[in-house]
Write a protein that binds this ligand. Structure first.
Ligand SMILES: C[S@@+](CC[C@H](N)C(=O)[O-])C[C@H]1O[C@@H](n2cnc3c(N)ncnc32)[C@H](O)[C@@H]1O
Length: 283
């Protein structure tokens, strides 16, 4: 079948579920991924024709898109900063906001001494830990998660990007390590049950609940646990960077203030929402 005809079928099948330009993006990303063809192939070769074997993954992908499966899970790959990472149903798909958090951290900390000890709490795919291990090449980077299957993905990604991270299978609420860190960073679960109605179907159906949701009664439980952990395990003068729930920004900031963090700063994302927080532990 001609590739152009498959594109028409994608639109016929998917335009009621997704925006038209989103369907184009899905189609061309699959063409790149499965056929290793540049996306301008149809401009230069409008009659480009596929064999049955070449068509098959495109039609299988189409069937999964109809079930609202995120494209990244279909392909098993997601982009984060300048990296392509493996993802599966055990890890959150890395988000652009988290790229902003990492960029902020790197800008704030680029003068820091060598040999830093860094901990990423709730590492998931390892996106934050791996980006930091690449940037701070002399650092020791620990990547903690309560999910063994997520840690396996993070380690695979680290290997693929040729950096070393140490996987730490632990619950941040119970962690007993004696390790001391210069930098702690986290994008923990923070979506309240009451906010589920605002979350897209494809996220609710396919992304791990363990990575996303917290109870309405204790929505800041992870921030409290992280700050408690930092009381013992973050060195004096060490920095804490967090991605936060925009609707609970002030309350989250207060946890740091109440625990004697200094230079506490909330930061907005590109959409103007308070999504990031940092603080320095008092000397
Ligand atoms: C929002 S996801 C962030 C994943 C990744 N860091 C990112 O930014 O894409 C939160 C992660 O925290 C992990 N997690 C959930 N409960 C945890 C706990 N009690 N201790 C440590 N990690 C936990 C989840 O398994 C998930 O990987």
């Amino acid at each position: 079948m001609r590739l152009a005809d498959i594109k028409t079928i994608f639109h016929q099948e998917l335009d009621s579920l997704y925006e038209r330009n989103e369907v184009d993006a899905f189609f061309y990303r699959m063409v790149e991924h499965y056929l290793m063809l540049e996306r301008f192939v149809l401009v230069v070769q409008p009659d480009y024709t596929l064999t049955k074997a070449q068509e098959q993954p495109l039609f299988e992908g189409l069937a999964q898109l109809k079930l609202e499966k995120p494209l990244q899970y279909i392909l098993g790959r997601a982009f984060f900063l300048d990296m392509e990472l493996k993802v599966n149903e055990h890890v959150l798909i890395p988000r652009p906001e988290t790229e902003e958090l990492v960029r902020w951290l790197i800008t704030e900390c680029h003068n820091k001494k060598t040999g830093l000890g860094i901990l990423d709490v709730g590492t998931g795919s390892g996106c934050i830990a791996i980006a930091l291990a690449k940037h701070f090449s002399s650092a020791r980077v620990d990547a903690m998660d309560v999910s063994e299957k997520a840690l396996a993905v993070a380690l695979e990604n680290a290997k693929q990007h040729k950096v070393a991270i140490n996987s730490v299978l632990d619950d941040i609420g119970q962690a007993q390590t004696q390790e001391k860190y210069d930098l702690v960073v986290s994008n923990p679960p923070y979506v309240r049950e009451q906010e589920k109605r605002d979350i897209k179907n494809n996220v609710k159906k396919y992304e791990p609940g363990l990575a996303l949701f917290v109870s309405d009664q204790k929505p800041l439980i992870f921030y409290q646990a992280i700050v408690e952990f930092c009381r013992k395990n973050l060195k004096p003068g060490g920095m804490l960077f967090l991605e936060i729930n925009q609707y609970l920004a002030k309350e989250t900031q207060q946890i740091l203030v109440d625990n004697l963090f200094q230079e506490v700063e909330l930061r907005k994302d590109i959409f103007g929402n308070f999504r990031f927080l940092k603080g320095r532990k008092g000397e």
